[in-house]
Design a protein around this ligand. Structure first.
Ligand SMILES: [Zn+2]
Length: 207
């Protein structure tokens, strides 16, 4: 059963993309996949989606080629899915512009120069394009440290150095403030002030 009216045949590229992406659940699922959460139970907890809601969106995202199942379980963004990143950034930018003093918990950073690069597809500081491989996020709900996004195979560019996406942070290693951590890596104990670390996000919690 379609989730809504079918716009898949639209020849307007905006309407065509909206057929898949104009759905809050899809957007927060993509947010969590970029953040390194890949398994069904992780996605369910982070989004607050009911099983049926999450299952239908994941099926749809696979159908349209934005994600794929991993052989080892869980879901991964495809290259096409990674191209949805500027759309998420546009939502964040819209929100911050409408309410600059809001309690927004997601910060977007350029991986090349480490400057905040809110919600655009290029870095206003160093002029480099921003994509899923050259962008860092910091989320209050995930400890506030910048992390490389979980992207299809490739290298994440960080402040002039290339960091292999998925390179593990050694277990128990101290991660100083400002250090980039692998998407989804555990934040060291004590690094997260309890008040800033809700147990999980909800669709209404953009942190
Ligand atoms: Zn930059």
């Amino acid at each position: 059963m379609p989730l809504r009216s079918d716009w898949s045949a639209a020849t307007c590229p905006i309407a065509h993309a909206a057929d898949v992406l104009a759905d809050p659940w899809v957007l927060v699922i993509l947010r969590e996949l970029f953040s390194g959460r890949s398994r069904f139970d992780e996605l369910r907890q982070a989004t607050g989606a009911a099983d049926s809601v999450l299952s239908r969106r994941l099926r749809r995202l696979i159908e349209v080629g934005l994600i794929e199942r991993r052989e080892t379980g869980g879901y991964l963004l495809t290259d096409a899915g990674a191209r949805a990143l500027p759309i998420l950034h546009a939502y964040a930018r819209f929100t911050r512009a409408a309410d600059p003093e809001g309690p927004w918990g997601l910060t977007i950073l350029c991986a090349r120069c480490a400057a905040p690069a809110e919600a655009s597809d290029w870095c206003p500081s160093c002029g480099a394009p921003l994509d899923a491989w050259t962008t860092l996020w910091a989320r209050r709900s995930m400890g506030g440290l910048p992390f490389a996004l979980a992207v299809p195979a490739g290298e994440v560019v960080r402040a002039g150095a290339a960091v292999r996406a998925g390179a593990a942070v050694p277990a128990g290693a101290a991660v100083p403030a400002g250090e980039v951590v692998r998407a989804g890596a555990a934040v060291p104990a004590g690094a997260v002030p309890a008040a800033d670390a809700p147990a999980h996000d909800s669709p209404r919690d953009p942190a």
